[in-house]
Design a protein around this ligand. Structure first.
Ligand SMILES: Nc1nc2c(ncn2[C@@H]2O[C@H](COP(=O)(O)OP(=O)(O)OP(=O)(O)O)[C@@H](O)[C@H]2O)c(=O)[nH]1
Ligand SMILES: [Mg+2]
Length: 391
């Protein structure tokens, strides 16, 4: 599971990525700063079950701070997309292939209207950010349409929708789109593919995009955007979260050197080492604080958590080897946190740990209740589960 950060050039994608992951990424105020994708790891927060059991945890690949577990999620930041990229404009849309594994997209929009449709700086407020939302939908749809069209001859010779479903699923599995999703997307299409004209194919690609690459909008640069622009974006048929990626990056950097105390996602911070800051820096931080009050935080963490928990419907599950000590083989307490789709079963968790554990599944044990649960048992958020498998 990966989160893709997308948008036209110069809107703050790399700033958002860098703030979320603290990974290095080139940031500059001109278009096409990023060409090759940046990959990094961000986090979603969840209440750590160590508090329920009154034990101290030692996570393997994440941290736990004051009872909050930071569960890793992969994030990818790609080059900017411009209108007609599918015709080769800008850098074209080849790099969209880097987004094949992305299950959800965060569309970074410059809500301040200070960049034109191709990402060139323009006077603040002169560009309508709603236009950016529309063109990006279109470009991603064209990307999917092109993939479908590559084998159009084969598809157009099929008579049964079931066969079309199968062929399309094969073509689109690489995009992380499942057969049931293709079935839903095909729902209102005419029976005979020979009747599918360009417009119908575009609609089909658009349906597939909505199901396979759902997106939320980060109304970025909210620190300099007008409230009218933010409100206008909020009226769109999307989840829209005002963000200031630049503020988040400044805060996380200051927190990493312990100049301030800041927990990503919160709506305030505390200056710890005032003596090490100059007047300009203090003024900058106070400006950020004021904006955070207005928008309840910088919005970056909220975007990531909305994408994972609300759009992708994930819950956090903690597999253990010993349901009493809550440890793995090496004695690590509550070592792993897995993001699973809501509705996942104990058997699915077993497969996620290892195919062999899935194949040899006997039963599972819920560490909270110490009850035995079967393969079909639906997991809950925060569950701590031991899987018993044949050895
Ligand atoms: N005021 C303000 N400026 C921002 C914010 N986020 C990014 N910027 C600025 O916007 C400019 C572009 O930022 P990048 O992160 O390089 O943008 P990008 O979308 O990755 O650009 P490309 O890689 O060229 O597509 C830089 O000057 C950033 O400092 C923000 O939240 N507020
Ligand atoms: Mg960039």
């Amino acid at each position: 599971m990966e989160i893709g950060v997308v948008g036209k050039p110069n809107v703050g994608k790399s700033t958002f990525f860098s703030a979320a992951t603290l990974a290095k990424a080139e940031i500059a105020s001109y278009p096409f700063t990023t060409i090759d994708p940046n990959r990094g790891v961000g986090y979603v927060r969840a209440k750590c079950p160590h508090t329920d059991f009154n034990v101290k945890c030692n996570p393997k690949n994440a941290k736990c701070v004051k009872g909050i577990r930071y569960v890793p999620v992969e994030i990818i930041d790609v080059a900017g997309l411009v209108p007609d990229a599918h015709k080769g404009k800008g850098l074209g849309n080849k790099f969209l292939d880097d987004l094949r594994q992305a299950s959800v997209l965060i569309h970074i929009v410059d809500a301040s209207g200070a960049t034109d449709i191709e990402g060139n700086p323009c006077e603040t407020g002169t560009h309508d950010p709603v236009e950016d939302v529309r063109f990006l939908e279109k470009e991603i749809t064209f990307w999917i349409k092109n993939i479908i069209e590559k084998d159009w001859k084969k598809i157009s010779h099929l008579n049964e929708k079931k066969e079309i479903e199968k062929l399309l699923s094969e073509k689109l599995t690489g995009l992380g789109i499942s057969e049931p999703e293709i079935k839903t997307a095909l729902h209102n299409m005419p029976e005979n593919p020979k009747e599918w004209d360009d417009e119908i194919l575009f609609d089909l690609a658009s349906n597939i995009r909505k199901l396979g690459k759902p997106l939320i909008i980060a109304a970025n640069k909210c620190d300099i955007a007008s409230t009218q622009n933010i409100e206008k974006l909020k009226k769109l048929d999307y989840t829209v979260i005002p963000t200031s990626a630049e503020s988040e990056l400044a805060l996380r950097k200051a927190a990493s050197t312990e100049l301030i105390d800041y927990n990503p996602g919160s709506d305030d911070f505390k200056i710890i080492k005032k003596e090490k800051l100059n007047e300009k820096q203090i003024h900058g931080l106070e400006f950020i604080r004021e904006k955070m009050g207005e928008y309840s935080g910088t919005g970056v963490q909220e975007c990531i958590e909305t994408a994972v928990f609300n759009v992708l419907d994930r819950i956090v599950v903690y597999p253990v080897e010993d349901e009493n000590k809550l440890t793995d083989k090496e004695g690590n307490v509550l070592p792993d946190a897995y993001l699973m789709k809501k509705g996942s079963t104990a058997l699915e968790l077993a497969y996620k740990i290892h195919t062999d554990i899935g194949k040899n599944f006997i039963r599972a044990i819920d560490a909270h209740t110490k009850r035995i649960i079967g393969a079909d048992h639906v997991l809950n958020d925060g569950d701590v589960i031991k899987i018993v498998a044949k050895v």
